[in-house]
Design a binder for this molecule. Structure first.
Ligand code: UD1
Ligand code: CA
Length: 451
């Protein structure tokens, strides 16, 4: 391995006031720690090691695709890095240390840190930021010539050092061999009685190694999440970052602050997203489709030229030219074929609605296979559940089902059949017949209401 990332994710985050550790909290459906890991992977790391500790039962499943090591006690950032010493023993090259609670860090900045270190063969390159209010951060102490000397923590800083506005972001790239040997020399003789990772900067300097700083282009990238307020702030920034990229790529949003798009969503050109739309998971939207207002699509594939209005869809597929809503609910396995329609107050689960077929109003369709050119009247319901098991309904091409019909599964309606309105269909209906299952209407002549 030549390049690895080390993600520190052992902290509790007490200010979150949560049973979950801080790094397990999500932004746009992705836990904080995964934003950081994904940025590291996108920056071309050969491996990622995650240091877990507090609430590891929550964090470990999220980072199982990385090498997971445990920090037994929280003795400081140097101790946290030390927990990865064995896992990175073979690393001869760069190790980037990242905080698991900084979801805004970009792969570009991580790559720039690595490049800066490798170009100069520095022992360490620290990412720094200029802050108007540096309180709480470690300060970068430089000599008259501007060389980085050391990092001093807020609680250990003299008044003169506390006046420095260049701060340690908590992101670094180290020469891995240097880092793990320098960590042996770190002690806890400081105001907090902690083992400070930042001490290795001075150790490098004293050993005659080059130590440099890279100033972050955008200090927002280093924003850490310590509270729900900062979680909301980071969410808004990531929302804006993602939406700006889609706008630039040819997606229309009337109000981008009212559209939430997950990091793994793909959207084609000339898609229009109306307010109060959430696109989550691995959802993808094809060209010229309009989504919204009031839509939430998760892991759903939508084709081109569709109109999706006030719809909730989960693990569904909507093919070209299909329409949904207002107020449609597509559940897992719902598949609307080309130009099909799921209209108002319609719920579809694990069913295929064939090409050009329509379920326009007030229906439930579950475990059904519907052919092409079918029309299900208002209030059609597939009674797929007998209280114990689910049963299938099969509807052939060009079937017309009258309103308020119960199709009691398992049942098959043959091609071209018509079902009279108000029927309860319990037996198969042959192709090209009229199926009726309802009481006949009668008239009682001369009937008068009682006085
Ligand atoms: C650290 C830096 C400080 C910098 C700041 C930026 C040190 C000594 N100081 O301070 O210079 O300005 O980050 O945010 O490093 N962690 C563990 N195990 C531990 C301690 C921490 O995993 O024993 C993790 C935390 O969960 C967090 C990260 O390391 O993800 C940073 O720890 P934190 O306590 O927030 O460091 P700061 O005191 O803020
Ligand atoms: Ca702290």
């Amino acid at each position: 391995m030549e390049k690895a990332a080390l993600v520190l994710a052992a902290g509790a985050g007490t200010r979150m006031k949560s049973k979950k550790p801080k790094v397990a909290h999500e932004i746009l459906g992705k836990p904080l720690v995964n934003w950081v890991i994904d940025a590291a992977l996108a920056a071309g790391m050969d491996g990622v090691v995650t240091v877990v500790g507090h609430g590891r039962e929550f964090v470990e499943p999220l980072v199982a695709h990385t090498t997971v090591v445990e920090q037994k006690e929280r003795k400081g950032t140097a101790d946290a890095v030390m927990a990865a010493a064995e896992a990175l023993a073979d690393l001869d090259g760069s190790v980037v240390v990242l905080s698991g609670d900084c979801p805004l860090i970009t792969s570009e900045t991580i790559a720039a840190l690595v490049e800066a270190r490798e170009d100069s063969d520095a022992a360490a390159v620290v990412l720094t930021m200029q802050l108007e209010n540096p309180f709480g951060y470690g300060r970068i102490v430089r000599d008259e010539a501007g060389h980085v000397l050391r990092i001093v923590e807020q609680k250990d800083a003299t008044a003169e050092e506390a006046a420095i506005t260049e701060c340690n972001s908590g992101f670094y790239c180290f020469d891995a061999k240097f880092l793990f040997s320098a960590l042996q020399q770190v002690d806890s003789n400081n105001a907090q009685g902690e083992f400070y990772l930042t001490d290795v900067i001075e150790i490098g300097r004293n050993a005659g190694r080059l130590v440099t700083a890279l100033q972050a282009q955008d200090p927002q990238e280093c924003l850490g999440v310590n509270s729900r307020i900062q979680l909301a702030e980071a969410s808004r920034l990531l929302q804006a970052r993602i939406n700006t990229a889609h706008l630039a790529a040819g997606v229309t949003m009337t109000d981008p602050t009212l559209v939430w798009i997950g990091p793994d969503v793909t959207i084609a050109q000339d898609v229009e997203l109306l307010p109060m739309t959430m696109l989550m998971g691995t959802t993808s939207i094809g060209e010229d489709t309009v989504v919204g207002p009031n839509c939430r699509l998760t892991d759903t594939v939508v084709g081109c030229g569709c109109v999706i209005d006030e719809t909730v869809a989960v693990e569904a597929q909507v093919d070209d030219g299909a329409t949904c809503g207002p107020r449609a609910y597509l559940r897992p396995g719902a598949h609307l074929c080309e130009k099909a329609k799921a209209g108002t107050h319609v719920e579809i689960k694990k069913s295929t609605v064939g090409k050009g077929s329509k379920v326009p109003h007030l229906s439930y369709v579950g475990d059904a296979t519907i052919g092409e050119g079918v029309n299900l009247g208002a209030g059609t319901i597939t009674c797929n559940y007998d209280g114990k098991r689910k049963h299938p309904t099969v509807i052939g091409d060009d079937v017309f089902v009258g309103s308020s019909t119960m199709l009691v599964a398992p049942v098959t309606i043959g091609e071209g059949a018509t079902i009279g309105a108000g029927s309860v269909i319990t037996k198969n209906v042959s192709p090209h017949t009229l199926g009726l299952g309802r009481a006949r209407q009668t008239e009682i002549p001369g009937w008068k209401p009682k006085e």
